[in-house]
Design a protein around this ligand. Sequence first.
Ligand SMILES: Nc1ncnc2c1ncn2[C@@H]1O[C@H](COP(=O)(O)OP(=O)(O)OP(=O)(O)O)[C@@H](O)[C@H]1O
Length: 252
Amino acid sequence: MSAPAIRVRGLVNRFGSQVVHEQLDLDVERGEILGVVGGSGTGKSVLMRAILGLRPPQAGTIEVLGKTVDDRPGSRGLLRRHSGVLFQDGALFSSLSVLENVEVPLRTQTPDLSPALRRELARIKIGLVGLQPGAEDKLPSELSGGMRKRAGLARALALDPELLFLDEPTAGLDPIGAAEFDQLLRTLQSALGLTVFLITHDLDTLYSICDRVAVIGERRILTIGTLDEVERCDHAWVQAYFHGPRARAVRR
Ligand SMILES: Nc1ncnc2c1ncn2[C@@H]1O[C@H](COP(=O)(O)OP(=O)(O)OP(=O)(O)O)[C@@H](O)[C@H]1O
């Protein structure tokens, strides 16, 4: 089996006296969609930020694509080059058009590209996520929530990353829009061979597109595995989540 795309060992994250993670271990395998779930405030986003090198942990090691993540510029550069991130709110620049937003990573990471080629590459990504060409000149405020997510996804894919990080991508979308976004993610993941770290509260997303699921609680990974495996975990929160009325409705 090849080395995991992401390997976290003994991770400790604290804010003052609040311990968010204590000796947390996690492997994300290459080419999988890993769904990350857990109660509110259990540290899913903090974990994602630590893996991305945006927040140095108090202890532990993180390796991404075989390289140690730390606060040295080389490490940050590697992560920027190989990872795309879609934050919960899309985090688009409000004064830039969709096209200009998607061009931002290309401008910063590949400054030698000609403006024409940069625009062309950005347009390809805009097409890839299913946005109509007319959307490229719009400002984020002129887009629907679903279109904003797609624009954020196009920007996350601008540099052809191997890893994609998504923080609650379907939050705020109506059920049809959410299902379409899930299928888009699955299609892109398989076509582009992406490894995906996907934080979600959306049971439909877990059951329709995730290869494995990791449950965070009590400052660590409570259980990780396929849905069949995770459903069998006898931890009370996991049981309540995967065998509650909503989960039963999704599985039906
Ligand atoms: N910059 C910060 N300063 C202080 N505390 C923080 C900071 N960032 C996160 N926390 C705390 O760390 C804990 C975990 O936060 P995090 O955002 O990772 O939770 P989460 O699992 O993603 O929650 P949710 O599902 O509600 O988005 C929370 O108690 C939060 O208040």
